[in-house]
Design a protein around this ligand. Structure first.
Ligand SMILES: Nc1ncnc2c1ncn2[C@@H]1O[C@H](COP(=O)(O)OP(=O)(O)OP(=O)(O)O)[C@@H](O)[C@H]1O
Ligand SMILES: [Mg+2]
Length: 364
C-alpha cells in the first residue's frame, strides 16, 4: 500500500501539514527537534489509532490546543482502490472515520493502513527486559489476529483473579481460574510459537542481507512453560494445569503465578552469542532493523499487501556499508519513509527528499 497524502492539524509540533509522499523511498531530513519523529509517529497513529511512543493520546495534541486531527489517503495496489482514514481527538474523545463514514468499530479501521515501524526506542526489544519482548509479541500478534487480543485480555483477567485468590490462599476456588488460565494461555503460546516459526527464517535472511556477514541471527521463542514444536493445544493445556497445581504452594507464598505466557521471553542470538548481554550497539540495532524488516515481509505474506515501512533515525550507529544495505532494503518496498538528521548519509540514493523545519515539511 502507498500513502498518497497526509494531513495533520495540531498534531505535536505541526499546526497544519499537507504532505504528498512519493512512491518508493522518502527521506525526511533536518536538525534535531524539528518534527521528523513526530511525522512517523502520526502515520503509526493512523495505522492503529494509538501511538507506539506514548501511553496517553493527549500527549500528541499540540500544546495549548483542545483538538487534533489526522487524515490520510491510502492507495491499495492489490485492489486498485483508495481509502480515506480520518482520526480526530476532541478532549478525551477519539472519533474515527473511514471514507467519510463514522465508525465505532476498531476492527474495520485496523488493517487499512498497515505500518511496520522502527523507532530508536525499539532497541529495548533486544536490550531491555523480557516485558519489552512480550509487548512486541502482543502488539504484533494483536494487529495480525483479532482473536489473539481477545485471548490475551481473557488470560490477563484470569491471571489477576488467580493471583488475588492465591494471596488469600483460597485453594478450593482456584479450579475455575486455573482452567481459564490454561485454556487462554495455551492459545497464546501456540500463536506465539507459530509466529516465531514463520518469522525466524525471514529474520535470518533479512539480517544476512543487512549485515553482509554469514553469522546468522536467530530469534527463538522461550516460553516459560516448556512447549515442544509438536505439542498440541490440548496436551499443552494439560501440562499447564499440572504445573499450576504442582506450583500451588510456591505461588501462594508469593501471591503470584510463576509460570505462563506472562513470563515468556524471546532469545536473540548472533551465532552463539547472546545479543542482549554481549551485542554491540550497532549489532543490536542491526538485529532490530532485521527484525522489523522481516516483520514487514511477514505482514506482506499474511495479508497479501506490502506495509508502509517507517524507519526513524535508523542510519545512525551503522557503518557506511550497512547503511547502504539498509537503504537498499528500504527501497525494495512500494513505499518507505526514513528520517535522518544528516542528509548526506543518503547522498546518491534514489529517493524523494523532504526538508523538515520546525513543523513544516518541504520537498527538497
Ligand atoms: N504535544 C506537542 N505539542 C507541541 N510540540 C510538541 C509536542 N510534543 C512534542 N513537541 C515538540 O516536537 C519536537 C520534537 O519533534 P521530534 O521528536 O519529531 O524531533 P526530531 O526531528 O525527530 O528530532 P531528533 O533529530 O532529535 O530526533 C520538540 O521540539 C518538542 O518540543
Ligand atoms: Mg527524532
Amino acid at each position: 500500500m502507498v500513502v498518497r497524502r497526509l494531513w495533520l492539524q495540531n498534531f505535536r509540533n505541526y499546526a497544519f501539514l499537507d504532505l504528498q509522499p512519493a512512491r518508493g523511498l522518502n527521506v525526511f531530513f533536518g536538525p534535531n527537534g524539528v518534527g521528523k519523529t513526530n511525522l512517523l509517529e502520526a502515520l503509526s497513529v493512523l495505522a492503529t489509532t494509538r501511538s507506539p511512543l506514548c501511553e496517553r493520546d493527549r500527549e500528541w495534541v499540540r500544546w495549548q490546543q483542545a483538538t487534533c486531527g489526522l487524515k490520510t489517503i491510502v492507495y491499495h495496489e492489490v485492489t486498485n482502490a483508495t481509502t480515506t482514514l480520518e482520526l480526530s481527538v476532541i478532549g478525551a474523545e477519539k472519533t474515527l472515520k473511514v471514507d467519510d463514514a463514522r465508525r465505532s468499530d476498531l476492527q474495520q479501521w485496523l488493517g487499512t493502513l498497515q505500518v511496520v515501524a522502527f523507532f530508536p526506542h525499539d532497541l529495548s526489544i533486544v536490550a531491555g527486559d523480557p516485558g519489552e519482548r512480550r509487548r512486541f509479541l502482543n502488539v504484533e500478534l494483536s494487529k495480525a489476529q483479532p482473536t489473539y487480543f481477545h485471548d490475551w485480555t481473557q488470560y490477563r483477567r484470569a491471571l489477576q483473579q488467580r493471583n488475588a485468590l492465591l494471596k488469600m490462599r483460597q485453594r478450593t476456588s482456584l479450579g475455575e481460574w486455573d482452567a481459564q488460565l490454561a485454556h487462554y494461555g495455551c492459545r497464546l503460546m501456540v500463536k506465539r510459537r507459530q509466529f516465531l516459526m514463520e518469522l525466524a527464517p525471514l529474520v535470518r535472511d533479512t539480517h544476512a542481507a543487512l549485515s553482509g556477514t554469514d553469522v546468522p541471527l536467530s530469534v527463538t521463542y522461550a516460553p516459560s512453560l516448556p512447549c515442544a514444536r509438536s505439542d498440541e493445544v490440548l496436551d499443552l493445556e494439560e501440562k499447564f494445569l499440572q504445573t499450576l497445581r504442582k506450583n500451588f504452594e510456591e505461588d501462594a507464598r508469593r501471591g503470584i503465578t510463576h509460570v505462563g505466557p506472562h513470563r515468556d521471553d524471546l532469545a536473540f542470538r548472533l551465532g552463539d552469542m547472546d545479543l542482549r548481554r554481549y551485542g554491540s550497539q550497532g549489532q543490536q540495532r542491526l538485529a532490530m532493523l532485521g527484525l522489523k524488516i522481516a516483520l514487514a515481509r511477514w505482514v506482506e505474506r499474511t495479508t497479501g499487501e506490502s506495509p508502509l515501512l517507517l524507519l526513524d533515525d535508523a542510519l545512525s550507529e551503522l557503518d557506511a556499508s550497512r547503511r547502504r544495505c539498509l537503504l537498499r532494503q528500504a527501497q525494495s518496498f512500494p513505499q518507505a519513509m526514513l528520517t535522518s538528521a544528516d542528509r548526506h548519509l543518503c547522498d546518491g540514493v534514489d529517493a524523494t527528499f523532504f526538508e523538515v523545519r520546525d513543523g513544516q515539511v518541504q520537498q527538497a
